[in-house]
Design a protein around this ligand. Structure first.
Ligand code: DGP
Length: 112
C-alpha cells in the first residue's frame, strides 16, 4: 500500500518520533502549526475517521489513552488541542487516520 504514514511507521521515511508502542506511533509534524505539533497514528492502516469500526476502534481508544501522556512528555502543561481531519472538506491530505496534538502557545478560539 502506498501510504506515507505507513512508510513513516515502518521507518522507511525518517521522522522525529515522540512515542511508539505496539499499537500506535507519534511523531512531529513536518509543517508545524503550533510550537508543539505532534501526529498520533494507529500502526494498522485506517484511512480516516470514516473507517473506524468496532473491529479497529480499540486502537483509537488506545490513542486517546496515550494522548495525555504524549502531551505531558511534550511539555504541554497548560492544555492542547486534538484534531482529526476527515475527507476533502476538512482538507485531509494523508489518508491514514491521524490525530494532531497542537499546543505550546495560546491557540485561537476559532476551530475553522
Ligand atoms: P492532514 O491535513 O490532517 O491530513 O494532516 C497531514 C499532516 O501530515 C500535515 O500537517 C503535514 C504532515 N506531513 C505530511 N507529510 C509529512 C512527512 O513526510 N513527515 C511528517 N513528519 N509530517 C508530514
Amino acid at each position: 500500500m502506498d501510504c506515507l504514514f505507513c512508510k513513516i511507521i515502518a521507518g522507511d521515511i525518517p521522522s522525529s518520533k515522540v512515542y511508539e508502542d505496539d499499537i500506535i506511533f507519534a511523531f512531529r509534524d513536518i509543517n508545524p502549526q503550533a510550537p508543539v505539533h505532534v501526529l498520533v497514528v494507529p500502526k494498522a492502516h485506517i484511512a480516516s475517521a470514516d473507517e473506524v469500526n468496532p473491529s479497529n476502534s480499540s486502537s483509537v481508544a488506545h490513542i486517546f489513552v496515550k494522548i495525555p501522556e504524549i502531551a505531558a512528555a511534550c511539555g504541554l502543561k497548560k492544555g492542547y488541542r486534538v484534531i482529526t481531519n476527515c475527507g476533502p472538506d476538512a482538507c485531509q491530505s494523508v489518508k491514514h487516520l491521524h490525530f494532531h496534538i497542537l499546543g505550546g502557545a495560546q491557540l485561537s478560539d476559532r476551530m475553522a
